[in-house]
Every structure is written in C-alpha cells, then in structure tokens.
Write a protein that binds this ligand. Sequence first.
Ligand SMILES: [Zn+2]
Length: 479
Amino acid sequence: MNILRSLAGVWWGAHPFNLKLLYNAIVRSVLDYGTFLLQPGDVNAFKKLDSIQSKALRIITGAMKSSPVTALQVECVDPPLHLRRQYLSDKFVFKSLQIQNNHIITKLKTLNELIESSSFWKHKRLPCLIISYRKYLSIQTPTHHSHIFPLFCVNYKALILKPDIHLDMGVSKYQPQPNTNFNFVIDQDWNDYNHIYTDASKHPQGCVGVGVYHSQSKIVEKIKLPSETSVFTGECFGIYKAIEYILIFKIKKTLILTDSKSALQALAKFPFKSQPIYPILLDCRKLLMRCMDQNLTVSFVWIPSHCGIKGNEIVDGIANEAINCGDIYCFKNYSHDLVSLPKTYLNNAWSAQWYNGDKAKYYRRVQPTIPSKPWFYKYNFKRHETSSLIRMRLGHTCSPAHLATIGVLDSNKCECGADIGDLNHIILSCPLFDHSLLYSSLSSLSIPFPISVPYLLHTVDPVIYKIIILFLNSFKLKL
Ligand SMILES: [Zn+2]
C-alpha cells in the first residue's frame, strides 16, 4: 500500500489505470490467494480485508474519504471481495470439470450430501465451494467429457488434414457494393459449387440459435442450443451440421460460407498446437476426412456479416428464428464454454447488488451499469484531471455544497453568494467564472439542452470530458 501511496497523490503521480494494474499484481493477488476456502469465516477478519481494498481503491482514484466504497468498486471495476471469493471458487470448480472423474468433483458431491443431511448447516452461510458445486448441479444440460485426451479420439489422418479455408475472398464491408462484388467472386471461383451458409446468434439471456441454409435446394436447418453455449461453439456447430449434410446427400462440391472468422481460424489451426482443444472442431475434422474418402470436395470461405450478401442475411434470420423455435438437439455442454460462466455469475450478482443498493445514489445516475473496464483506462488525461473527473462522477468533491454536508464548512453557499455551490452551479452557471468557451464547445456537439453535470459525465465521451477538463484547467480549479 505504501508503494501505491509513493507513486501517486490526489493531484500528482501515476495514471490511475497503472495504479490499478499494480494493485491487482501486488495487493489483490495476496488478498485472493486461497480466500474462497476461508468463507464462511470470521466476519471481522473479512472486514479487515475489505478495508485494505477500499484504501487501495481510494489511492488509485484519488477519491475523497467520504466517497462510498461500493461506488469506488464500480469506478475501478473491482468487485466486492465476498463476490470475488465466490467468483474464484466458481472458476476453480468449473475448471475442474474439464477432467472426467476429477477427484475434487467427487469429494464435493460427498460434501454436498453431508451438508444437505445435516441440521447444523440449515441456517448457515454455505462454503463457497458448495455454492459453486450447486451452481454446476443446476445446469440442466449434461457436460461433455471424453474418457481419454480428446486428440487421441481422432484418427491421425483427420488430425493432420488441411481444410481448404479462404479467409480473404476480397470482399469487404467497406466497399461501395459488397454484394455485387461477392456475386462476381463466387461466379468466378466457385461457380459449380453448392453453397451452404451457416450462422449462429445468441439471445442476451437465453439460448443460442444455429442456422444452416443450402442455397441451391433452399433446405434449412434450425437448431437450438442451451444457454451455456458460446456463440463460437454455435458457429462451429453450424459448420459441423453443414458437413454432416454434405455427407448425407453426397454433394460432390460444396462451399461453406460463414461470417465467423474465429471459427474458421480455429478449424485451420493445427490441432496439436491449438489451446484450448475444441472437441467440436475435432468432430468437424472427422467428418471432413470422411468427405475426403468419398471424394467430396469441401471448401470454406469467410464472408463479412451484415453487408447485404443475400445468403448471409437469410441464414442470419434463420439463426435468430432458431433461438425460439429451433430443433432441440441432444447436446452436451463443452467445458470450454462452462469456464466462462463464473464471469457471468459474478456480473449478475454484482449488478443486482449495485442496482438494489441504497448508497451512492448520485453516482448511480452517472454510472447505472457495471462497465467491463474502468472508463479511465484509455483516456490519457493527467493525474489531477482524472482525479477531478472521478471525484465529480462520484459526487464527492471539494465544492462548498459537499464540504458543508460532511461538516467541513458551515455554509453550502458558493463564494459568489448567488446560489448553493454544487457542481451544476460551479461548472455551468457561477458568475465567478467565464462559461462562454464551455457552452460554445458543448453546443457544437448536438447535446440536448438544458444540460446538467451528471448528464455530461454519464456520457463518458472523451470530447465532453476534455471540454470539462479545459474549463477546470483554465480557472485552476481542483475539485
Ligand atoms: Zn458561484
């Protein structure tokens, strides 16, 4: 903590994002290590850890002592420690699922049964590991396991085959008429091929829909995959179904068109070097080998999405329909998809807590949702500028109004005597300052007037933030 303190004060020193990285590396890593095993534990001991976090976040942001910790956590995107403990436990358990018959899972099963049958645990907070295990149990779709290392399940010839993949067919979204250009390239290079389009799309809180569309015969396949599935797996599954279709109908020459570059890149990758291993892509390779054996030619091409290519638009619609009315397929969740669930659990728990909290009402207007990264990470403002902006966002600044609330000043009146000295008054209307430049810059941005400071800060727009900074700097204001 003293290292952090020596690197920055409120108005000088290192950029907060660098401080946050340093905190992650030297402080949080120590707080994290093995802590999920301590819960449920001594509440007062946990409070000591919490206070370390809040001290560190205060140094990072340069916030005032009065700013609520919950707000600082959101501002730095550093979750409350009890949620982080649960997250680390979830990650640990879901990672253990990758190996079949992992002894940790077997032990957790026994432990869970013991806890369920004991009256001691009825009204007690459960250990993190048990909560994680129950989350795993609540997933309805079974998990995909392979009894041996996945690569060993595949014929060597299938592992070393090189699929014919074209990632650049010379059609770009940014050309004037991508669709015409696309048709031209297809006519020239793949004229005698059958065309199968594939796509996947995910509903924000629900299932993944996969669409496969054979454009010559107009045959359509709609499949619905469980909500734990990632879009990537959905895209790979679309490709898998397309190859399966080729094998069933013994189509001599086929071009599979997808807008998922990552799926094609992963398929092209030599499986021995691919990390993680995607069993679905190994299955694709198995099918591709059968195609080769039967002299069926299969090529893949990447096409840009949402630029008017007809087949892609159709299959996009099919994938969207599949979310609601697709065929339910006997599917097993891949462990590489399950590994990303803890992050979702953390975000949901934290958002619920943030949304229902009663502290930091002002800050919640500025920052209603939890961002994925702190806003200041990409803004190259000076330390004192970021500190001012963060304090303004938190609503805890050295303005007369706030200083009076926390009992530092007797009166909340501004020095000009005209009004209460809050942020809106100081930045937008105080007669002591010249606001003409601020207003002329803001009015060129097509912002709806009348404006308020929380609204301006809510935008997280670098241009608006720069305008506020210029105003503060021109009057040497340190909020
Ligand atoms: Zn004033």
